[in-house]
Design a binder for this molecule. Structure first.
Ligand SMILES: Nc1ncnc2c1ncn2[C@@H]1O[C@H](COP(=O)(O)OP(=O)(O)O)[C@@H](O)[C@H]1O
Ligand SMILES: [Mg+2]
Length: 256
């Protein structure tokens, strides 16, 4: 069955698009069929994370009834199918984001995963994306303003009946001024799915127009994203390139 997973956060810039592009890349490498939708119509970036700025048809055209989802889908070299939103704000004319759910319903039945990369905040755009999702991942940095947003987001998702998988903490440095896990867990009452370190390599990958996990499996960011992807795919996480100890632990995991 297709899993439709929306990414949500209070603030922008916390890492939703980065996580969407990398998780989908890893899952596609695991032979999963994965489509990502840019549901951030007013500040769309998803296609750029896959190294491209233009595709002739977009999700805007689909919502206007002027294009099929197939025409608006770009198959990236990573194996991920990307449905971009238009970069041109005038393409918002005639787009009703509330139609998103009904437009994507029954379209992706052959896919294992559909990720919805949402707009930040809890406005019409992001709520429409979440209403079109069955499951949600909340993204935050380990600071109080983001964590209070998670609490707000959680209430909204519960009201919408969306299954919350948990929270991904991103840009984690481990410095003393960050909120400790115990405090975060007490506040959010949701599982922490992953803790992704802050790493300039993430920005480097954006500059190189390719998801980080596609070319660097050994960075700590990649490893954490691979671990998260394994959790979603329900398989055993096998760390990349960790030498004989990792190989042995992978073997033990496999055969136990
Ligand atoms: N773990 C990280 N370490 C360093 N920079 C990161 C990390 N995650 C994301 N970034 C950078 O932060 C910026 C915002 O990320 P983005 O994924 O666009 O956030 P959002 O989609 O939530 O607005 C981008 O420049 C991205 O490269
Ligand atoms: Mg984004």
């Amino acid at each position: 069955m297709t899993r439709t997973i929306g990414l949500m956060s209070g603030k922008g810039g916390v890492g939703k698009t980065t996580i969407t592009s990398n998780l989908s890349t890893i899952l596609a490498k695991k032979e999963k069929k994965v489509t990502v939708l840019d549901c951030n119509f007013t500040t769309s970036h998803l296609l750029m994370h896959f190294g491209k700025v233009y595709h002739p048809k977009t999700l805007n055209d689909v919502l206007k009834g002027e294009s099929s989802m197939d025409e608006a889908t770009y198959l990236n070299y990573t194996g991920v199918r990307v449905v971009p939103a238009s970069l041109d704000l005038s393409d918002m004319m005639g787009v009703d984001v509330k139609m998103l759910g009904s437009k994507i319903e029954n379209i992706f039945q052959d896919q294992d995963f559909v990720f919805l990369d949402n707009a930040a905040g809890f406005g019409r755009e992001s709520i429409s994306g979440m209403m079109a999702s069955n499951e949600a991942i909340l993204v935050a940095t380990p600071y109080l303003p983001d964590i209070t947003d998670i609490i707000r987001g959680k209430t909204i998702l519960e009201d919408l009946g969306v299954d919350i998988l948990g929270v991904v903490l991103n840009k984690v440095t481990g410095k003393k001024f960050e909120l400790p896990d115990e405090e975060i867990l007490e506040l959010i009452e949701l599982p922490i799915l992953a803790k992704i370190p802050f790493d300039y390599k993430v920005m480097e990958s954006l500059g190189l127009k390719t998801p980080l996990t596609f070319y660097d499996k050994k960075s700590r960011v990649s490893k954490e994203l691979h671990r998260l992807a394994s959790t979603l795919a329900g398989d055993n996480y096998i760390p990349a390139g960790g030498g004989i100890l990792n190989t042995l632990s992978a073997l033990v995991k496999r055969w136990s």
